[in-house]
Write a protein that binds this ligand. Sequence first.
Ligand SMILES: [Mg+2]
Length: 274
Amino acid sequence: MRGSTIIPENIRWPAGLQRAIDTFLSLSGTLIVASDFDGVLAPLVDDPSQSRPLEASASSLAAIQHGQDGRIQVALVSGRRINELAQLAAPTPGMRLYGTHGAESGIISDSGELNARSTQLTEQQEAELTEVSSLAHLLADSARGAWVEHKDTSIVLHTRLASSVDTERIERELRSFARTRNVHTMIGHDVTEISATGASKGASVTALRAELGAVGVLYLGDDVTDETVFAVLNGPDIGIKVGPGETAATYRVENPHEVGFVLSYIADKVNADL
Ligand SMILES: [Mg+2]
């Protein structure tokens, strides 16, 4: 049993969020609590290999997954490759993981291992990706600080360390090329990702909801790609946007520390009812 979390008195809950969570948890049936990783559970850092979830969030998600006889399914949904996500996010048995925006999916076994599967590309999709990759490398070579990351089903142009002028130029060129091909463009914080599959975070959460017959979904995200999830929420579902920017989510918190308070509140409620 967890000890009660101390939520600072000066934490300002977004209007209505606490009540929405209480209502959500009172629904009878399976619930999904799902979250993006970077910028939500883990503060954003310049070196992505150094990302770590805040302790309050990691321990709360574990407590939510293990509370109430598995009535609540925890899912981590990220643009990262699934193996990387599993290494960094400290997921516990039973949690679902979605990597590369859902092109990879998996579950953490009782022994703590990741059982994952990945979308297989057709020859045509492989060819499209190779073309996009060639251009992305040319563009990255023309801009100091830019680099290309290869995933199984997509390529990513990273511009976090490039100048804003270069970033604007190479992102625009890559995106306009992508529009002439049968590929999907996703835009995030300092990244343009071109995917050969139509996978999206929203499609992943929708598929999980259908698979489990879940009656409610709570989702936390900070990226443009998380909007694909906020867009498919309805009814008693709860969407929480983290940080600034336009969003379809109903609620907003400022940063990963506030996410920690929200998840701690849920974990305490879930386990207090045991
Ligand atoms: Mg994020």
